[in-house]
Design a protein. Structure first.
Length: 159
C-alpha cells in the first residue's frame, strides 16, 4: 500500500472514493440530497475541483495500484489545519487504512509546522468519535446548524 498526493487528473477518482465511502453514513443518519445536499455521499468531481482551487491537498491510498481511500488536508492558518473527507471504501475497512491516512495527515501537518489539526464529525456518530479519540483527537464543542439535520462535533489533535 502506498499513499500519494493527488493531482487534478484524480478528480473523478476522489469524487468516487468520497461518495462511495460515505453512502452508508448517509443511509444510517437518513441524509439525502434534500436535507443535506453537501454531505460527502453526494460528492462530485466539481466539488473536488473546487477543493483543489481553494488550496486543499488530497492524498490517495492505493493497494496494488487501485485507489481504496483518500483524505484531504486544508491549511487554515500557520497554526491550524483541517483533516477533511477521510474516506475508505467499505470493502477495505477495519484494516487500519483510515488510521494510516490520518497518521499521514498528522506527519504532513508537522512538516508544515502546524500546531493543531481540527475535524468535524456528525455529533451523533459516537463510534467515529471514539475511533478518533483512540488516534489522539480530543473532544471540542458540539454545535447545531439550522441547515444540517444533525449536530457537528469538533475534535482536535495537538501537534
Amino acid at each position: 500500500m502506498q499513499i500519494r498526493e493527488a493531482n487534478p487528473e484524480d478528480l473523478a477518482t476522489i469524487a468516487l472514493l468520497v461518495s462511495e465511502s460515505n453512502r452508508d453514513v448517509a443511509a444510517r443518519f437518513g441524509l439525502n440530497a434534500g436535507n443535506c445536499p453537501k454531505h460527502p455521499s453526494f460528492c462530485t468531481k466539481s466539488w473536488v475541483e473546487a477543493d483543489f482551487a481553494r488550496g486543499e491537498t488530497y492524498f490517495i491510498l492505493e493497494q496494488d495500484s487501485l485507489p481504496i481511500g483518500c483524505v484531504a488536508y486544508e491549511n487554515s492558518s500557520d497554526r491550524l489545519a483541517y483533516l477533511n473527507r477521510l474516506s475508505v471504501l467499505p470493502l477495505h475497512r477495519n484494516r487500519g487504512i483510515g488510521a494510516r491516512l490520518v497518521r499521514h495527515i498528522i506527519q504532513y501537518a508537522r512538516s508544515m509546522s502546524v500546531q493543531t489539526i481540527s475535524i468535524g464529525v456528525i455529533g451523533e456518530h459516537t463510534e467515529l468519535q471514539r475511533w478518533y479519540r483512540k488516534l489522539g483527537f480530543k473532544d471540542g464543542e458540539t454545535k447545531r446548524f439550522p441547515h444540517l439535520p444533525f449536530s457537528v462535533k469538533y475534535m482536535a489533535y495537538a501537534l
